[in-house]
Design a protein around this ligand. Structure first.
Ligand code: ZN
Ligand code: ZN
Ligand code: FE
Length: 764
């Protein structure tokens, strides 16, 4: 042993198992001529070395910078070792010691090497749709329990053949300990079923499927986390048929393109967006459409964006080897039910939608939708967090108690915490149906089991009618906290950015959330001091006529805003007469006015989302919504104009609360309509106005408090014009703006904040 040499032990935690980490360590250790060994234990990867300090530092640097693409290092802990190594570097047997790992890899898109292999006739996996390696393939969707070894996955029923076993056991092979390893001899197999579930006897299931798609048929494909429904995106008839059968009139369908070059033909693509598409998470990325006429308008009606992905499984690759046109690729469900993942279940639920099924005999353990993300410049934001991201934890920057946060009613995700990790679940969906609720409860149990969490505290939304709140109240966790919806939105931002100890302004622009005064909140401003929330005010209250009916029918909100602005005279305005009037049925106006005057089934609301609805209706864009947020999403797409002007508004103070008053805005829109100003210009001015209002309020708060940090939350942040406008505008006014980057901006992100707020209540 060299006099300068010493013994060290490196404990690496994070996603370091099942991602080719040990062969990688072996390679760089040999490159540097190091002496020692590497192995897995329950906590992660352990490296023992006899080395001088300089080489050790170089080694650790290389681990950090060159680590395998699908891995994620949480911590590298270096302690004194107790073994001396005289020569060489080895990979040795895994050990059962160590604290149970807290990380499991999400599912990974097919890697370049596997892709080339399945397209090469000389390879034994040519054309094999279940090819994978340590760099790619299914992970969380096939895991039953930990440790992540083949007997604990849905691959246990497939016995490895001699060739696969050789690869599996060879530390130099890229399939060394690849748990889902498979080949045509020993692995899962495809089959094709007709819509009644009868097997169709054919030679080449993939060719059959491709021909069916080219023939205008709808095919259900068994993917990684569930079934997908595919059809030809260039066939108007096929897309319309899919919409009818899926009972989804307008909500955009995602598209899958053959490759990046194909994406570029149909959509604008920045460097950041390209990286996202090519990443191992391989999400759906929202891209601006080039309005290429080949793609049916029915794919994303009234929307300038397409949700785009590229093939992320070998099955997708093999289909696109035979077809080059874009395909609709959407979750295998009816409307908002959970995605079908079990073969029998798929047949009963999708039999009325799909003309045929391309299925296989590898069971899916966890149900996963595709993730949806978008980029502003280099920054990535999440709309739906599922395959490829969950269950990688969000870092909490401090140790939490074990908390179960139940999440929201819509776009639900739940969150479980342990130490400094928040296990934010994959997208569960709207908890309106029994199927979704059952999936919600069973996924909570799965997470508790896999991550060894026994929650002592339960956090749930203040809304008494949310299914998730009822679950929160009825489970057997003793200590429970109700968390107001918008406090949760802002707390998510605080948790992600480690702002617990700071003074910040919290702005939640949202659809609806149950307020602590019983009103429907949704455009709220808070002053937060070390997690103590004071509500400073928000948008002026108006009635939400008919409650849920007012949310589904934007013209009802339009009338509410017009009544607030013009009282009984509103029926003489263009605002009313151009479009709103025609949307009403029979005696509906009197019903709505009755509701507004008396408040019957019509709570007050300060919702910003409803303001978008009202303006959308007035501009003749959307009178009845068939999916959540439709009016606002379409209004954003309509706002394609360089207009910088802002509409008038007022900020008042009532009973010590700030009130953003939009009545002057509606008066000005009336003037603009009288001047025949285009709807796209007015829509853009409306967006500008929201941005300026928020910055104006923040400046007033800063003046009296000196607070310069602003946390932005709520579903409206998914609107790019608003999000970009606010971040740029706040910076220009001397603020630091913060938004969630890991948790979804939708209600899918509130469970993280519920947990963070509950933790702060515990700490007092
Ligand atoms: Zn691979
Ligand atoms: Zn095999
Ligand atoms: Fe919300």
């Amino acid at each position: 042993m060299n006099t300068r040499d010493d013994n060290f032990k490196l404990i690496i935690t994070g996603i370091v198992q099942g991602v080719g980490f040990r062969p990688f360590v072996y390679r760089i250790a040999n490159q540097l001529g190091l002496r020692g060994q590497v192995f897995n234990d329950k906590s992660g990867v352990i490296i023992e070395l006899t080395v001088d300090e300089q080489s050790l530092n170089k080694f650790v640097d290389l681990i950090r910078t060159e680590k395998p693409a699908p891995s994620a290092i949480d911590k590298i802990k270096i302690v004194k070792g107790n073994r001396i190594f005289a020569d060489g570097f080895r990979i040795i047997e895994s050990r059962e010691s160590g604290e149970l790992a807290m990380f499991i890899s999400p599912d990974l898109a097919t890697c370049e090497q596997c892709k080339n292999e399945i397209l090469d006739v000389r390879q034994r996996r040519f054309g094999y749709p279940f090819t994978n390696c340590t760099n790619c393939g299914p992970r969380f969707t096939i895991i039953e329990s930990l440790p992540y070894d083949r007997p604990n996955t849905s691959m246990k029923k497939f016995v490895m053949c001699a060739d696969c076993r050789k690869e599996y056991e060879d530390p130099h092979d890229r399939r060394f300990h690849a748990q889902p390893i498979a080949c045509p001899v020993c692995g899962p197999k495809l089959s094709v079923l007709d819509s009644t579930g009868r097997e169709i006897d054919i030679m080449d299931p993939i060719e059959f499927t491709v021909n069916a798609i080219l023939d205008g048929k709808i095919v259900a494909l068994k993917g990684i986390g569930g079934y997908q429904l595919a059809c030809d995106a260039t066939s108007e008839n096929a897309v319309i048929k899919l919409r009818q059968r899926k009972q989804r009139p307008h909500k955009p369908f995602a598209l899958m393109f053959k490759d990046i070059n194909n994406v570029r033909k149909y959509c604008y693509l920045t460097r950041a967006e390209e990286e996202l598409l090519l990443s191992s998470a391989s999400p759906i990325v929202l891209l601006r459409s080039k309005q290429n006429k080949e793609i049916s308008d029915m794919v994303a009606p009234n929307n300038r964006y397409h949700g785009v992905m590229i093939p992320y499984t070998p099955l997708h690759e093999l289909i696109f080897a035979k077809i080059s046109r874009p395909l609709v690729m959407t979750s295998g469900n009816i409307s908002e039910e959970p995605i079908a993942f079990d073969n029998k279940e798929a047949l009963s639920r999708l039999g009325s939608i799909a003309d045929c099924f391309l299925t296989n005999d590898r069971p899916i353990i966890s149900r996963y939708d595709d993730s949806v993300v978008f980029a502003l410049g280099d920054d990535v934001y999440v709309s739906r967090r599922a395959r490829g991201y969950a269950p990688y934890p969000v870092k909490l920057n401090r140790n939490f108690k074990q908390i179960l946060a139940c999440g929201s009613q819509y776009k639900n995700s739940f969150c479980l915490t342990r130490q400094d990790n928040a296990y934010l679940s994959q997208h569960i969906g709207d908890l309106d149906t029994l199927e979704t609720y059952e999936n919600y409860v069973s996924t909570i149990e799965t997470y508790k089991r896999i991550f060894n969490i026994k929650p002592e505290i339960c956090a749930y939304d203040l809304h008494p009618d949310y299914t998730s709140s009822k679950y929160g109240l009825s489970n057997d966790i003793r200590l429970k906290f109700a968390v107001q919806h918008h406090i949760a939105h802002i707390s998510s931002v605080i948790a992600e950015h480690d702002l617990y100890g700071e003074s910040i302004i919290g702005v939640a622009l949202d659809g609806t959330g149950y307020g602590s005064d019983g009103n429907v909140w949704g455009g709220e401003v808070f002053l937060v001091d070390k997690m103590k929330f004071t509500r400073l005010g928000g948008y002026r209250n108006v009635r939400l006529p008919g409650g849920d009916a007012g949310i589904e029918r934007p013209y009802r909100m339009a009338i509410s805003y017009l009544y607030d602005t013009f009282k009984e005279n509103f029926t003489t305005t263009n605002l009313y007469n151009l479009y709103v009037k025609d949307s009403l049925v029979e005696d509906e106006l009197n019903v709505i006015l009755g509701q507004i005057r008396t408040g019957f089934n019509s709570p007050y609301t300060s919702s910003c989302g409803r303001l978008f609805d009202g303006v959308s209706s007035i501009l003749g864009q959307r009178q009845i919504c068939t999916y959540e947020g439709q009016a606002a999403i379409e209004l954003e797409s309509l706002s394609e104009s360089d207009e910088h002007d802002v509409l008038p508004y007022e900020i008042d103070c009532h009973n010590g609360l700030i009130e953003i008053d939009c009545r002057p805005m509606f008066c000005e829109i009336e003037n603009l309509l009288n001047l025949n100003t285009g709807a796209n210009k007015i829509a853009k001015m409306f967006h500008n106005t929201i941005v300026v209002q928020v910055i104006d309020v923040c400046l007033r708060v800063m003046k009296s408090t000196g607070v310069k940090k602003v946390a932005l939350g709520g579903g409206v942040m998914q609107n790019r014009l608003i999000l970009r406008g606010l971040l740029d505008g706040l910076r220009a006014s001397g603020f630091e703006g913060y938004v969630c980057r890991y948790a979804p901006l939708s209600d899918g992100g509130i469970s993280l904040g519920q947990a963070a707020y509950a933790q702060s209540l515990l700490e007092g």
